[in-house]
Design a protein around this ligand. Structure first.
Ligand SMILES: Cc1cc2nc3c(=O)[nH]c(=O)nc-3n(C[C@H](O)[C@H](O)[C@H](O)COP(=O)(O)OP(=O)(O)OC[C@H]3O[C@@H](n4cnc5c(N)ncnc54)[C@H](O)[C@@H]3O)c2cc1C
Length: 134
């Protein structure tokens, strides 16, 4: 069995969680590092009146339909709660309050590290977003 440090996913928002799901489909169980105290990406930190611009029916993560009326526009808290549930259902090791402070490596040669207290990772996968400025 592969050691979990073969792949480290940086960021536990929608991108990081979807990447984790895809890795699991290939038999890889990554280590996930999340800077914030919760695995739901930027959503919990945004203004409280925010609603998704995409209806629930088009907001599902891979393998888990967004619950409720598919035509409604979910609130910030609904999206964050859904992502919490998705992260939990993945059953993967997610280290919150753990920012990656340095990343280097390649997909083939196994040279990389996240921070001094973490073992080297063959593949650091960044999912840290560039769309939110909070
Ligand atoms: C106002 C607004 C409304 C939006 N509405 C929608 C919508 O309705 N529907 C839609 O599909 N998209 C929407 N988006 C797009 C949005 O980008 C995505 O919904 C989603 O948040 C992107 O997920 P992500 O995982 O790429 O980024 P994020 O949700 O930002 O997650 C990135 C994660 O990486 C973590 N991170 C960053 N740096 C580090 C580090 N060094 N180490 C560890 N962790 C780190 C962050 O803490 C964060 O949790 C909206 C965006 C904005 C700004």
């Amino acid at each position: 069995m592969r050691p979990v440090t073969d792949v480290v996913v940086i960021g536990a928002g929608q991108s990081g969680l979807a990447a984790t799901k895809a890795l699991q489909a290939h038999g890889i169980s990554p280590l996930v590092l999340e800077a914030r105290d919760r695995a739901a990406g930027s959503w919990p930190c945004c203004y409280d009146s925010l609603k998704a611009f995409s209806p629930a029916g088009f907001s599902s993560m891979p393998g888990m339909p967004f619950p409720g009326d598919p035509d409604r526009y979910p609130t910030r808290d609904e999206v964050a709660g859904y992502l919490d549930s998705y992260a939990a259902a993945l059953g993967v090791e997610i280290h919150t309050s753990t920012p990656a402070i340095r990343s280097s490596g390649t997909t083939t040669s196994g040279s990389g590290s996240m921070r001094s207290s973490w073992p080297p990772a063959t593949v650091p996968a960044s999912a840290t977003s560039a769309t939110w400025a909070l």
